[in-house]
Ligand binder design. Sequence first.
Ligand SMILES: C[S@@+](CC[C@H](N)C(=O)[O-])C[C@H]1O[C@@H](n2cnc3c(N)ncnc32)[C@H](O)[C@@H]1O
Length: 244
Amino acid sequence: MMNVKVLTLFPTFFDSFKETSIIKRALDKGSVHFEAINFRDYTLDKHNNVDDTICGGGAGMLLACQPIVDAIKANRTPDSKVVMLSPQGKKLDQKLVHELARNDDIILLCGHYEGFDERIRDYVDEEVSIGDFVLTGGEPAALVVSDAIIRLRDGVIRSDSHEDDSFENGLLEYPQYTRPVAFEGKMVPDVLMSGHHENIRKWRLKESLRKTYLRRPDLLETRKLNEEEHKFLQEIIEEEKQSR
Ligand SMILES: C[S@@+](CC[C@H](N)C(=O)[O-])C[C@H]1O[C@@H](n2cnc3c(N)ncnc32)[C@H](O)[C@@H]1O
């Protein structure tokens, strides 16, 4: 069982996430427990404040140590991985998603306003960013992380449906089609309707390489290619040259 706790100022932000599609099914089945917990439940301030002005001056407010650290301490177990969502963190990719998904107990901290008092970082195992841009709060980032890790857990979706996903083998996924076979003159490639498994496998591999070459050539810089992949890539480079 995976236990995901999101510590946030806005627990209701996660209501539709819990109630929708694959995530709802995983929660209903009990293979994942997901809970959004309010930092304000831990404040000792008589006005329920969780934030304060910034030492040294400057615009905005910061989340203060006491309520945030008390919320972490009250919710973590010796097995918890405490993750702070932050634009200053390690950039999320599918490799990091896999690493995070291996934890059975994960706590996601959502910042707000100008972010967290720096000393809170001492209570955190990992800092994760969903990209080089700044959100108003960590909630959309926590949603992204939660969704990406939950779908990798056993029994949430069929494992063969994420094995071919983009990034899983260092490539973008091949083009996919559903019925009808003809739509406004655009046809599903014949090979996919042939029932010939080996030809379909080869076509998918080659088109996966083509998409990656055309859209994300950076991925090919670090991806080791086997003999077959190398041959396909050479063909693709030639074909793309011809089509220009
Ligand atoms: C306005 S941001 C604070 C940004 C902070 N002042 C800075 O420049 O690093 C408020 C909160 O949104 C969340 N956040 C913003 N951008 C994010 C990103 N790219 N990835 C993950 N979390 C982000 C963090 O939890 C952050 O504490």
